[in-house]
Design a protein around this ligand. Structure first.
Ligand SMILES: [Fe+2]
Length: 468
């Protein structure tokens, strides 16, 4: 049994009052882990193409007094309801385009029907918990029942077609900072701030760009936003005319550098552009200011072929799939140097889906990053890792034949060291045809408890812990 079991549709919605618990849950752990990810990869005779395309499902693990309850529910997006109604895929996703006729394609240029299949992450926006994908259509849901409330309409006139599913939340103020891109005769990136309780995106910086880069996430310090333009770029006309799925319009160019664009949040000024060797990444880990430079830690790949390796056909083929990258540190001088910045590897241990103690160190110096890893290249993600970014040393957790998902750090209520707390991860156990919630001591990386659910949960992306 391989990791391919994590790409099978899960149609069943369940509510389980008390999961069996092996080991001992930390008594202080109180709240709900909500995870997001695709769970349905076919509609009628249509199939989605890519891991990032499947219909979103939310999973909630409610923990209190050492006990765990569980429920899962599909996100009732318009994309899903239209698809179910017509028995076919309705809206274009990351790598799937259902446009069947020239007429529909032309119509979709003038009236784009962006997808609200928000299967990537969750965040708190305007007082509501929302599911997000890379369009500006966050979908609010009830964190208790997982019932879908509906698309959150923004109270502004910002016209963007993409918006990252990785906003930053300020650890003290709760302010959200995010970025989106507008495509047209001229294209721009827009860095925006949204105050807690507000639905207004205040634009902090507007950066013009001829051929926008695909950037899944971005960096943020106290005073600066960092956009990392990987040389995976799109000619906006192709997006309109080529008729390919979204991501297939982007072209990799090994001849072009990576370009970091740094914008000052206070006045929107683009203070510097810094070039680096060509590379690709999904996930910024953290960034902070140090002297007259910005330190930017990112999980990178040599090129963008990692996107191709995550098509469902490939993932289900039992072929070895590398799904982890290398943690690199970029030091971006603020002084306007135009020389090439060389990234410095921080550890030999590879990772993906990186998480940090984001309530404390977001935008500040830090020591620990947690992620999924691979014991051997090609093993998809068969272990969890913890890397000390100062020493490069790492700890791992693994259990033969199982595949853990993104590790979410929950700080101990008594504070203490940066790694004082626990790690929550949903682990797929294909042999038993089920998944379990795993709890690790974040400091020692040893298992404290696990709670199996009655079914296998397809591999998801991101989640958050909502403390009680
Ligand atoms: Fe992501």
């Amino acid at each position: 049994m391989s990791y391919a079991a994590g790409f099978k549709s899960l149609k069943r919605e369940a509510t389980v009052g008390a999961l069996p618990v092996e080991g001992a849950m930390p008594q202080w752990l109180s709240g709900t882990l909500i995870r997001n990810g695709p769970a349905q990869f076919e509609v009628g005779t249509d199939t989605y193409n890519h891991w990032f395309d499947g219909l979103a499902m939310l999973h909630a693990f409610q923990v209190a007094d050492g006990e765990v309850s569980y429920r899962n529910r599909f996100l009732e997006s318009r994309s899903r309801s239209e698809a179910l109604e017509h028995g076919q895929i309705s809206r274009a996703e990351f790598a799937t385009d259902p446009c069947r006729s020239i007429f529909r394609r032309v119509m979709s240029i003038f009236r784009p029907r962006l997808t609200d299949n928000a299967c990537i992450n969750i965040a708190k926006l305007a007082g509501d918990w929302v599911a997000m994908t890379e369009t500006p259509l966050p979908v609010a849901f009830d964190p208790e029942t997982l019932e879908t409330v509906g698309v959150t309409e923004f109270a502004d006139d910002l016209d963007v077609q993409t918006m990252t599913a990785h906003p930053h939340i300020h650890p003290d103020t709760g302010q959200m900072t995010t970025y989106g891109a507008s495509f047209g005769r001229s294209c721009r990136y827009h860095v925006c701030a949204i105050d807690p309780g507000s639905r207004r995106r205040d634009v902090r910086a507007r950066l013009p760009v001829d051929r926008p880069s695909y950037m899944h996430s971005f960096g943020l310090t106290e005073r600066y936003a960092i956009l990392s333009e990987w040389p995976l770029r799109v000619n906006p006309l192709d997006m309109l005319l080529e008729g390919k799925p979204f991501i297939e319009n982007y072209e990799w160019s090994a001849q072009e550098p990576t370009r970091f664009r740094v914008a000052r949040l206070s006045d929107g000024e683009e203070v510097t552009q810094v070039e680096a060797p060509p590379a690709f990444a999904f996930h910024h880990v953290n960034a902070f200011e140090q002297g007259d430079a910005i330190v930017c830690d990112i999980v990178t790949y040599n090129d963008a072929s990692t996107i191709d390796e995550l098509y469902l056909e490939r993932l289900r083929s039992d072929e070895p799939t590398p799904a982890v990258g290398t943690l690199h540190r970029y030091r971006l001088p603020l002084g306007g140097s135009t020389s090439l910045v060389k990234p410095e590897p921080l550890s030999e241990t590879q990772l993906e889906l990186p998480r940090v103690h984001d309530q404390r160190i977001e935008g500040r110096p830090y020591r620990f990053v947690y992620g999924v890893g691979a014991r051997k290249a090609g093993n998809f993600t068969d272990q969890l890792v913890k890397i000390n970014v100062e020493s490069g040393a790492s700890k791992t957790w693994r259990e033969e034949g199982t595949y853990p998902g993104e590790p979410v750090f929950v700080p101990s209520p008594t504070g203490g060291a940066e790694d004082s707390g626990c790690i929550l991860s949903v682990v797929l156990d294909p042999k038993q045809d089920r998944s379990f919630l795993l709890v690790l001591d974040a400091e020692t990386f040893s298992e404290q408890a696990r709670a199996p659910v009655p079914h296998a949960i397809p591999f998801g992306f991101h989640g958050q812990f909502l403390g009680n």
